[in-house]
Design a protein around this ligand. Structure first.
Ligand SMILES: [Zn+2]
Length: 209
């Protein structure tokens, strides 16, 4: 579809790109190309490794927020493919016979209800399918506040007991999330999985700072 028909679509439906506000599709080809170029998975020096698939800059924040909070569901496959690039990097460092299960960091029940869908689960499913790995929602949210408005110290306190494992078990898992800020959420998710018997082989996020 060209620029003219995008404009026509905008007139009909009032949509514009969440990345650049251009009338037309909710995620335009230019922003899509910019996001593709931003994908450059980096392994942070931790054990297990943390892979950050792209920086939280340019059109990336708009893509993530557009997907999870502005209802642009077509960004699911786009961001899922970004996450898949990080999964491949973790998998490349593992023995061939290991087939880790991809586990999303859970959102609070309130956040899922507000959004109308479970965005990290959707990203995990798409990314895992792209690299032929199994995925399951092993973690569920406990009662915690949405952490966006909290200080770092308050976040840590809020995180304790914020996640529960659905069932104890064993075997390798890779944790995934949308955005890594302090890393505290991923660390708590890892702690809960380890305590339940699982082996965390890596942690992968779409974007990080
Ligand atoms: Zn755009």
């Amino acid at each position: 579809m060209g620029a003219w028909s995008d404009a026509a679509v905008s007139l009909l439906f009032g949509s514009s790109c969440v990345g650049c506000s251009m009338p037309g599709r909710a995620w335009c080809p230019q922003c899509d190309a910019e996001l593709s170029q931003a994908v450059d998975p980096v392994i942070l020096n931790c054990d297990p490794p943390v892979v950050v698939c792209c920086g939280y800059s340019g059109c990336v924040p708009e893509a993530v927020v557009g997907f999870k909070d502005r209802g642009v569901r077509t960004l699911g496959p786009v961001l899922g493919q970004v996450l898949a690039a990080g999964l491949l990097l973790v998998r490349a460092g593992l023995p061939d016979h290991l087939r880790p299960v991809v586990v999303p960091v859970p959102s609070t029940g309130a956040a899922v209800r507000r959004r109308g869908f479970d965005h990290t689960w959707e990203l995990a499913r798409i990314a895992a399918a792209a690299v032929d790995l199994p995925t399951t929602r092993l973690l569920r949210s406990g009662s915690r506040q949405d952490s966006a408005a909290l200080s770092f110290a308050a976040r840590r306190a809020n995180l304790a007991g914020s996640m529960r494992v659905r069932r104890t078990g064993h075997g390798p898992v890779i944790l995934v999330d949308d955005v890594r800020t302090s890393g505290a959420t991923l660390a708590e998710a890892e702690r809960v999985l380890l305590a339940a018997g699982y082996a965390v082989m890596g942690r992968v996020v779409v974007a990080g700072r």
